[in-house]
Design a protein around this ligand. Structure first.
Ligand code: SF4
Ligand code: SF4
Length: 288
């Protein structure tokens, strides 16, 4: 039985597929997008999260830590979790836990009646859920009759992408930039594999939503939007494009995992929204 690492399970989600949904966040991602809103989902291992700004330096966590890592030395931290209960203010937690596919399926099937009544289902997000494909596929194979969706960067070996595609009802496919060099500059990987998997998705006819994060000065120019619209044209399964606005609040999470948030783009400027290139291709778009 496969085991996976998850870092959150959200109930009552309404933006990640039809109806009311349960969203499972799988931990670990091969990309490093500068604007990442879930930096605690990037590492494949569990890690310490601390509400640093609320700390009143009582010293209780340091007293129990055997590694000299508390309160805030992440480099020495082994994520052993000893300090979590020592903090009486509840400022410390371990992000990420291992679960078997059976445990997760049992938990998700507990929502089945409710989700069916609401026309909802389960969405797998991350992190990059396809990076734990053995686990994901084992879970999907046991979620009989539930509507399933996966939110992916599209960055996964194409055979893996095909395997997952054949098992879900809907794909939320992220598209960040059409230019491979700019894509690599801001995400750490180029987009060749992503565009190949987009082609597979289009050819499959499977229902999908294209999601474009709007990052000011990085990808919100008309030229890029025209290029993405061209990539999406003639997709029988495409429901719509969803633009995801960049929020500066993302930065707060970095401090909680011992990282500095220093994006190279203009975080204060509002991104531009271009619906016209998509309309010209007969594609509906919405801003979330
Ligand atoms: S999780 Fe463990 S190693 Fe890390 S700070 Fe807490 S007690 Fe120390
Ligand atoms: S136990 Fe909590 S409040 Fe006390 S020093 Fe550690 S993080 Fe700060």
């Amino acid at each position: 039985m496969a085991e996976g690492m998850i870092f959150d399970l959200q109930e009552f989600a309404v933006h990640d597929g039809p109806g009311i949904r349960v969203v499972v966040f799988l931990k670990g991602c091969p990309l490093r997008c500068e604007w990442c809103h879930n930096p605690e989902g990037q590492l494949f291992q569990s890690q310490l999260v601390v509400s640093v700004d609320a700390c009143h330096n009582c010293g209780r966590c340091a007293a129990v830590c055997r590694f000299g890592a508390a309160p805030f030395n992440w480099e020495k931290c082994t994520a052993c979790g000893q300090c979590v209960s020592a903090c009486l203010s509840g400022l410390r937690r371990i992000c990420g836990s291992r679960v078997s596919s059976q445990e997760l399926v049992e938990r998700l099937m507990g929502y089945k009646d409710f989700l069916e009544r609401c026309g909802g289902g389960v969405t797998f997000s991350g992190g990059e859920p396809l990076a734990q494909s053995d686990f994901l596929i084992e879970v999907l194979d046991q979620l009989e009759l539930l509507h399933t969706a996966v939110e992916t960067s599209g960055y996964a070996p194409t055979p893996v992408f095909r395997d997952v595609l054949s098992r879900v009802d809907l794909v939320l496919f992220d598209l960040k930039h059409s230019d491979p060099k700019i894509h690599k500059q801001f995400t750490g990987v180029d987009n060749a594999l992503i565009l190949e998997n987009l082609r597979v998705l289009k050819d499959s006819g499977k229902s999908f939503i294209a999601r474009i994060p709007l990052i000011p000065g990085v990808n919100d120019d008309l030229e890029n939007m025209r290029a993405i619209a061209d990539l999406l044209a003639d997709s029988p399964g495409l429901q719509r494009v969803e633009f995801l606005r960049y929020h500066t609040t993302a930065g707060a999470k970095y401090k909680m995992i011992g990282r500095e948030y220093c994006p190279s783009f203009a975080t204060e400027r509002s991104p531009q929204v271009w619906a016209e290139p998509f309309e010209a291709c007969g594609i509906r778009s919405v801003v979330l």
